[in-house]
Design a protein around this ligand. Structure first.
Ligand SMILES: [Zn+2]
Length: 481
């Protein structure tokens, strides 16, 4: 290494470059535990300066450790994810915030890529299998927390239901799928060929006694094959999966390997979900796998999407569920006298709500529970009815805001004054559009432009402002976090 370094220094001199020796880092790679203070403690000297060895170093944003076990990196990824989760929590709660579709996008496009950065390298073992569960557990936990924010769900909501309703696959499957796709895509890449060449050279030189020919004894009897690199192992595993998918549809039109891996992911996920579903009866478990449940939430404001999710999973603050999880002092009976206050009872039979229910459901036209919660029109009516019924305290503020009259300019008059002042102090309009600086009230369509990038209605805006109050009021009850 010292001789290689002196060649580098010679090159630098010729080209007028300079290196900073204080930035040098040295790491040994080994999984041997026999002699941690022997070989792994040896260092190199450059210009009389000793370079100490490290146990982990950061390479292109990935924390590389001595044994290539990736524990340090996974910990850092989870920490990064926690920060992103906090940010997501600031703009998302169960009854206010951007729509489910948009907050889902925030998770899949911002939070998840941050925590899974470089997982093609650290997310697979050399034999192409996924890493130990202890490595993935913090990431699973993190995804679960984020999806609860996205769907407005309670803490007790089963992870499988969260993933299904939000259409976000389990994080370990997603990681494996991503790594296998990456391996397939880089099969013919020149860098892949170069890595193979270098690894082969290193392996051959290691099998050769110092200064001599390769050891003949080994080669003739039982040649020791070079162990696969993580990339090669993942690629082999990916090809096995692609082959399996091709065999599942004999005679069918052969799909590309990437499409086949997509199908593999979907199938694995379905199998897990079916096992979890068991004999559970809530609408989410009854819905056929081929139906995209997340489409039901399209077009609903956050609080109604939350209501629909609660109805579909049946994990919500109705007496039957609260009693089943042992909330003290809760009787599972409905105040109307029925033995259990369940989603089925309140949505189809409870006499207390017969009138309001008829008002919402006459337009939906579905009379069975599963049908009511699995077709967009009636599911939206059911969600609207639940938020308006007053059965769950968490929606009371959202209802107040809905009933509030925000049509007139009076409520936003102070904004009008503010924009007028800003308009005189600046050369350009404060919000990019000239219509805002002319002192026109921010109502109707122009009010939509107020929060850039996240489409919200004026009532949702108010809901956001009042968010802390909502958060406080439902933190007291046994309702969603
Ligand atoms: Zn009842």
């Amino acid at each position: 290494m010292e001789s290689a370094h002196s060649r580098c220094i010679a090159w630098a001199k010729r080209h007028g470059a300079r290196f900073a020796p204080d930035k040098y880092q040295l790491i040994h790679f080994t999984r041997r535990r026999r002699d941690p203070n022997g070989d792994t403690a040896s260092t190199v000297h450059f210009n009389g300066q000793e370079i100490p060895t490290e146990t982990t170093i950061r390479v292109l944003g990935v924390q590389v450790d001595t044994g290539l076990r990736w524990r340090e990196h996974a910990q850092q990824a989870a920490q990064k994810g926690n920060t992103a989760f906090e940010a997501l929590s600031c703009i998302n709660a169960s009854t206010w915030g951007p729509s489910m579709k948009r907050s889902r996008l925030l998770y899949t496009a911002v939070v998840r890529p941050a925590i899974l950065y470089g997982s093609e390298v650290w997310g697979m073992r050399n034999n192409g299998n996924p890493p130990a569960s202890s490595l993935i557990r913090p990431l699973k936990c993190l995804q679960n927390r984020c999806l609860r924010k996205v769907m407005g769900a309670c803490k007790r909501t089963p992870t499988a239901a969260l993933e299904r309703e939000s259409n976000v696959p389990p994080v370990d499957l997603h990681m494996e799928h991503k790594a296998m796709k990456g391996a397939i895509k880089t099969t013919d890449h020149p860098v892949t060929a170069k890595i193979k060449q270098v690894v082969d050279t290193v392996w051959t030189s290691l099998r050769r006694p110092a200064g001599g020919a390769p050891a003949k004894r080994r080669r003739s009897a039982n040649p020791v094959l070079r162990p696969k690199t993580a990339g090669e192992g993942t690629r082999r595993q990916a090809l096995i999966r692609v082959e399996e998918q091709a065999q599942r549809r004999p005679g069918g039109k052969p799909a590309g390997p990437l499409k086949a891996l997509d199908r593999w992911l979907n199938l694995e996920w379905e199998q897990r979900w079916t096992r979890k579903a068991g004999r559970q009866k809530a609408a989410t478990w009854e819905t056929d796998w081929t139906f995209s449940a997340h489409q039901l939430y399209e077009g609903l404001p956050k609080y109604e999407a939350t209501a629909l999710f609660l109805l579909r999973t049946e994990v919500l603050g109705l007496n039957a569920w609260l009693a089943s999880v042992g909330v003290p002092g809760v009787d599972k009976r409905c105040p109307s006298g029925w033995p259990a206050q369940t989603v089925r009872h309140i949505l189809l039979f409870c006499p207390t709500h017969a009138e309001s229910r008829a008002f919402y459901f006459q337009r939906a036209g579905r009379a069975d529970l599963y049908g009511a919660l699995s077709t967009p029109a009636s599911a939206h009516q059911a969600a609207r009815w639940l938020t308006a019924s007053g059965l769950l305290g968490q929606f009371s503020l959202a209802q107040e805001i809905v009933k509030e009259d925000t049509s007139g300019p009076e409520g936003l008059a102070h904004l009008d004054e503010w924009t007028a002042v800003q308009g005189t102090e600046r050369d350009h309009p404060p919000f990019g559009g000239s219509k805002f600086s002319k002192g026109r009230p921010l109502t109707g369509k122009s009010a939509h432009a107020w929060s850039d990038g996240v489409e919200t209605t004026p009532s949702q805006q108010n809901a956001c402002e009042a968010g802390l109050r909502v958060g406080f009021s439902f933190a007291k009850g046994a309702s969603p976090s």
